[in-house]
Design a protein around this ligand. Structure first.
Ligand code: PEP
Ligand code: MG
Length: 325
């Protein structure tokens, strides 16, 4: 089985009926890139940059960040690298920033909200990203957007820093895709509002499901509500993919759901373009997708959307997967 998977390492990801998708890796550090490549990642779908800020006593400088981004881009040798801007707050704290205590941190000043309120910190990261862009295929992604103004403000700051750098004579890649995470229900329901303003979406199901179900993702006593294959979750995923498609944009997923073997056939059927997951899930997922007919799963995903529970959806998937083609 291991040797079989190893043979898929440098292969494209293709369904049995010839539909191509991309399997990418989630990483939290420069060191993680090696493991991503060993496991056949076609891209980095999510670089969680908050780890550059954690486990230290002060903010990372522009130069430190530039070096990290540059290394990741270089090691990926021109393959796409989606770098997410700082997603701190919620469960991830930065003691040295002495942020005000919040009674509901997951509903508070986290991620892009914090970055927009601390422009200096955000601009430093944007400059580091822009300067690193010439070392590979960088795509910049903003987390935790709820309303259009947040996206427009983030894009405005990015554009301003880009113009400043160019005036200073720095080299910036000509084309940098800019995208946003879809992890707030309002952004998912209103994905059409955002679609013309981005190059791509990446669905963050860890947070999206938490907010949809009103169930803290860290709280084990309500973890039964974390249901990636619930029909309502699938419906929302479909809404996002359709909105993007109408504008000719691509959609990825970088929450845990993207590497869930029960969810993968349904996501393939719904037309997801990129699946970003932990490195160790990539080769098994590529093998699984190779056995599936995208056309057939389009129909089965439609059927799943009409069911009443995650249990019924799982039953549908399991039943089809256990039957020979
Ligand atoms: C998500 O919310 O699904 C996600 C990928 O981001 P994080 O897990 O870092 O919050
Ligand atoms: Mg998230």
């Amino acid at each position: 089985r291991k040797a079989e998977l190893a043979r898929l390492k440098d292969r494209p990801t293709e369904s049995a009926d010839g539909h191509r998708v991309e399997l990418a890796a989630n990483i939290g550090s420069v060191e993680d890139v090696a493991k991503a490549l060993e496991n056949g990642a076609e891209a980095i779908g999510l670089f969680r940059t908050e780890f550059l800020y954690m486990g230290r006593t002060s903010l990372p400088t522009e130069e430190e960040q530039y070096n990290s981004y540059k290394h990741v881009l270089e090691k990926m040798e021109g393959k796409p690298v989606v770098i997410r801007t700082l997603d701190i707050g919620g469960d991830k704290e930065l003691p040295y920033m002495s942020l005000p205590k919040e009674s509901n941190p997951f509903l508070g000043l986290r991620a892009l909200r914090l970055c927009l309120s601390r422009e200096d910190l955000f601009r430093t990261q944007l400059r580091a990203l822009l300067r690193a862009s010439r070392h590979g295929q960088l795509k910049i992604m903003f987390p935790m957007i709820s309303v259009l103004d947040e996206l427009l403000e983030a894009k405005r700051l990015l554009q301003e820093e880009k113009e400043k750098l160019l005036r200073e004579g720095a080299v910036v890649a000509e084309r940098i895709e800019v995208g946003m995470m879809i992890e707030v229900p309002a952004a998912a329901i209103g994905a059409d509002i955002f679609a013309s303003e981005v190059d791509f979406f990446s669905i963050g199901t860890n947070d999206l499901i938490q907010y949809m179900m009103a169930a803290d993702r860290m709280n084990e006593t309500v973890s039964y509500l974390y249901q990636p294959c619930h029909p309502t979750v699938l419906r929302l995923v479909q809404t996002v993919i359709r909105a993007a498609r109408r504008e000719g944009k691509w959609v990825g997923m970088c929450g845990e759901m993207a590497g869930d073997e029960t969810a993968i056939p349904l996501l393939l059927g719904l037309g997801l373009h990129e699946f970003s997951m932990s490195a160790s899930s990539i080769l098994p997922s590529r093998a699984l997708i190779g056995t599936l007919s995208q056309r057939e799963w389009e129909g089965l995903a439609e059927q799943a959307l009409t069911l009443r529970s995650q249990q019924e959806v799982k039953q549908l998937v399991r039943e089809r997967l256990s039957r020979p083609k």
